[in-house]
Design a protein around this ligand. Sequence first.
Ligand SMILES: NC(=O)c1ccc[n+]([C@@H]2O[C@H](COP(=O)([O-])OP(=O)(O)OC[C@H]3O[C@@H](n4cnc5c(N)ncnc54)[C@H](OP(=O)(O)O)[C@@H]3O)[C@@H](O)[C@H]2O)c1
Length: 339
Amino acid sequence: MSSTEKAYSVAILGATGLVGRTMLQVLDERDFPVRKVLPLASAKSCGKEIEFRGETYLTEVPSHEVFSKADIALFSAGAAASRQWAPVAAEAGAVVIDNSSAFRMDPEVPLVVPEVNPEAIFGAGGRPKGIIANPNCSTIQMVVVLKPLHDRYRIRRVVVSTYQSVTGKGKAGRDALEGELAGKIPESFVHAHQIAFNAVPHIDVFQENGYTKEEMKMVNETRKIMCDESLSVSPTTVRIPVYGGHGESLNIEFEDDFKIEEVRELLAGAPGIIVQDDPSSNLYPMPLTSYKKDEVFVGRIRRDFWHPKTLNMWIVADNLRKGAATNTVQIAEKLIGIL
Ligand SMILES: NC(=O)c1ccc[n+]([C@@H]2O[C@H](COP(=O)([O-])OP(=O)(O)OC[C@H]3O[C@@H](n4cnc5c(N)ncnc54)[C@H](OP(=O)(O)O)[C@@H]3O)[C@@H](O)[C@H]2O)c1
């Protein structure tokens, strides 16, 4: 940060959680111009110490007063806290970037992945609510990869199956796996069933249509971000006992035909993507590949030999980073010099 650059007061609601802590790391790593941080969490964390760039801050509970001291408020405390506090923070003068599902489908709230639709931050209608939404983690990594392909070949339909890290369920999701591995059988399972040595095709609650809420987020958020209501997404979301990131198997049907080499080049040249695809040397991304990284990793790129104009690939990204904290900080970076 240069000495002449304006620095910002940044409130972090959920600062003691997995995403909130990652936000602090990412703000620091990316040299975000922070004047001070205002760490916020629930009453049980009040007074907890949070370190940032050599300073110690004490965690507070959210209030109109504390938000009135913030320029930017990064929210990662769940939808209920966002519904309660985002309008308060915006009214108090902070621009809220919200990681929860509370406002994502609100037509007055931009839903932004900076590699895909940065213009939405300042698009028609502006930000009448002073809130910008961060998409669901599974959706973010998928649209980063779909965007350059959609621009070139027009996507008709995507069939996606996810392999999602336990950290997607926050501290409780991580602790559940560690507890089970240590032999503790809980009274009720955080992941609906035992997650150790298992895979659970059930993330968030089931809807009347037989899909889970997580799956419907992938359907609806993808259309909003890509600004294309004709895009069909057919998802199955699955929790698996890993750290490091979410994997997704994608089967993508295009309107136009493609050449595999051109697909590789397009992806390798697109922002936020790293192609790791060399089966002859066992090179393909895995959750541990993406751990603590900000990019979306792509491998196993191949033609679907049963279906014309259709591509298979495998993508991985760190859900706490690109799926949450990094995407949020990237949005905040677009506000530098404007706020
Ligand atoms: N984990 C992911 O991969 C991921 C990805 C994308 C989006 N998100 C979203 O990010 C949010 C947080 O996820 P997480 O994984 O960081 O969860 P987490 O580890 O469980 O942390 C939750 C944080 O929210 C705080 N909190 C909870 N209820 C609160 C309330 N009523 N008022 C104030 N603070 C409250 C907690 O404070 P205490 O420590 O005091 O309890 C904690 O700091 C969720 O909305 C989630 O959907 C998560």
